[in-house]
Every structure is written in structure tokens, then in C-alpha cells.
Design a protein around this ligand. Sequence first.
Ligand code: NAD
Ligand code: WQD
Length: 345
Amino acid sequence: MKKERILVTGGTGYIGSHTVVELINAGYEVVIIDNLSNSNRDVLKGIHAITGVTPDFVEADCTDLAALTKLFETYPDIKGIINFAASKAVGESMQKPILYYRNNLNTLMNLLDLMPRFGVKGIVFSSSCTVYGEPDVNPVTEEAPIKKATSPYGNTKQISEEIITDVINAGAPFKSVLLRYFNPVGAHPSAEIGELPNGVPQNLIPYLTQTAIGIRKELSVFGNDYDTPDGSCIRDFINVVDLAKAHVIAVERMLNDKCETPVEIFNLGTGVGLSVLELIASFERATGVKVPHKIVGRRPGDIEKVWANPKRANEVLGWKAETPIDDTMRSAWKWQQRLRERGIM
Ligand code: NAD
Ligand code: WQD
């Protein structure tokens, strides 16, 4: 039997597409809204190849209140929202702060505005470990202090969390689950969907796989003089399919009135910190492919080390990141090779 309909904003994007697959696998009806500013329609074919289902798709901008209203009128059965739609490049947000504040915040406010009118029971929000800044203690729990954001992008995540909390405290008749992702990496093991970086990648894994396949000459490791065992930065690299599964659990909680508080917050990470050099070693071990790399200076603004304490998500959601890092690296490599086969990059 089909379950409720879920609206996935940004559903053709990287994390969104993997989540749509898991929602369909769990029996949900899905409608995606995406303006394709950082994705394309071919993602729908990838979702179909994995699930046998092509989800309903509306090409529109979530900052367009009229278009969003029309969508809810067309799909009056929407019971939950997962809001991925956002601009996410930290560097670009420094250059174009208004674009980031407008896109990320207006998208969220439009959704919150329409939810009561259309009887939507809950919204899952994509937050980030960026809200913790450079943490005083690792692993980081949800109680760790929120540090002043170092970019407009990071600030949109902090403000978004506050907006949702304020709106619900003011009596809005819905629930919210705020998911703070650590560093999502990898691709679906089928290589039918994955991350499609625009231009020169800023993030480690797409740069690494593009170097491994020869698009980039060598990977620059930003700093080996940090206060870490091998001197490179430490992150919590979380497999994107594992991450996607947590969204299905969050939706189920909201729709079945299982939330313990009207706003719930969960860290989504593995609980294990890996250094940049360890990650390169994992990729080489898992794929047998060497990654030319050199140590260069630190990247301004980088956090030295951050990894999650995922205990709350483990215990309350019954969710755990399970994929070994070497498998995740193999999936990222398979996806990069598939992009090459398709002549995309
Ligand atoms: P992504 O860019 O691949 O996906 C976002 C999707 O939203 C894209 O398909 C884009 O076209 C769409 N979009 C953007 N603005 C829109 C708008 N106004 N209307 C409709 N569609 C719009 O990004 P992702 O990596 O999948 O990230 C998803 C969410 O998770 C974002 O909110 C991001 O900030 C957050 N997040 C990502 C990471 C990460 O490292 N990837 C980490 C923490 C949090
Ligand atoms: C990881 C590590 C780099 C590229 C960013 C956002 C954060 C979150 C996730 C959304 C760092 C090093 C990288 C390279 C390198 N997004 N690196 N050479 O900085 O942890 O987080 O994405 O919310 O907000 O800031 O991710 O992948 O850019 O970097 O050495 O070419 O890899 O210095 O230590 P980051 P990243």
C-alpha cells in the first residue's frame, strides 16, 4: 500500500536524489520541486533506473510563492516536506550574500507559510555541522554551542534553524526535524545518481575523484601543520545513502506523531573522524588508483577538526551510519567513471 505524499524540494540535487530513492523504496509517493539551478532532469532517469519509478517533478523556484502555492493546490495530499533546496557553496556566499540569504531563507519561509494552509504535518530541514564552527570538544553533541557563522551560507543555516523554532513556538500546527549533516560523500552504489559539481570542485571528494581520473593534475591538501595526528584536517565523512535513510525515519516520526518535541535536532555523522590524508589513503586502498597530491598551505576559514557524536540519532531514530569508508570511496569512484562513460566529465 502506498504511503503519504512527500514534497522534496531540491529533490534532483545530490542528497535530495538519494533521499527520493529511499522514500520510494519505503513506499512513499514523492513530488519533487527543483529549479535545476544546480542539477538536471537526467537525475529523474537515474532515480527511475534504481527504483522503477519516475517521481512527479515540478520545475519551479521555491522562492516563487505563487508557483509553490499552485504546487500545493495540485497536490493537496502532501503530508510532509523535506527541504533540501538551497544554494550551498561557501565561497560563493561570501561574494553573493544577498543571493544566499534570499534563496535559502525565502524558500524556507514560503514553505512554512503554506504548510498550515495545506495541512502539512512536518518539515525536515537540511542543516549542517557548520553551525558548530570550530568545536571546543569532539565528538560534537547537539548541545554544543552554536558558533558565530563564518560565511553567509553558514549563517543561513543558523537563521533557518531559528526561524523554524520561532514559527513552531508561535503555535504553528506542525513539527520539524533539523538534521545537521557532517560531510556527506559517495554516491549510490549503482552509480545511477551521485554528486554533480559545477565547475572546479571546492569539496574534497569531487576534487579527489576528478584528479584520479585525470581531469585535474593533482589534489592540493590544504595544510599538514594542524594539531592532528598527521597534521591534516579531520572530518566526519558520512555516506550519502546512509544519510538519505535518516530522512525517511525523520519523515515517519513526524507523520506518525512520534516526535518527542515539536522541534527535534539530530547530528548525522559516523562518529569517527578521518583526516584528509587518511581519506586519500582509503580511496587508494579501495580502488587501487593513485591520487597525485601535494601539501599546500592552509585554506582560509577551514575548521581544524570536527566529528559527530551521533548517539542521539542512533538511540532515538534507531539510525546508524553503516557503510564502511572504503565502500563509500568505491562508490564515489564508480560514479566518477560513469560520468566519464556518459561524456559528462
Ligand atoms: P545540491 O546543490 O546538489 O542540491 C540542492 C538542489 O536544490 C539543487 O538541485 C538545486 O537546483 C535546487 N535548488 C536550489 N535553490 C532552489 C530554489 N530556490 N528552488 C528550487 N530548487 C532549488 O546540494 P546538496 O549537497 O544536495 O545539499 C542539499 C541540502 O543539504 C542543502 O540545503 C545544503 O545546504 C545542505 N547540506 C549539504 C551539505 C553538503 O556537504 N553537500 C552539508 C550540509 C548541509
Ligand atoms: C574537507 C577537508 C579541506 C578540498 C564544507 C562546508 C560545510 C559543509 C560541507 C554544507 C578540509 C580539505 C578540500 C581540496 C583539501 N557544507 N580539502 N583539498 O570544508 O569540511 O565543509 O562542505 O553545509 O559547510 O564548509 O568540506 O570537502 O571542502 O573539505 O585538502 O581540494 O578537505 O581543507 O579540511 P568542509 P570540504
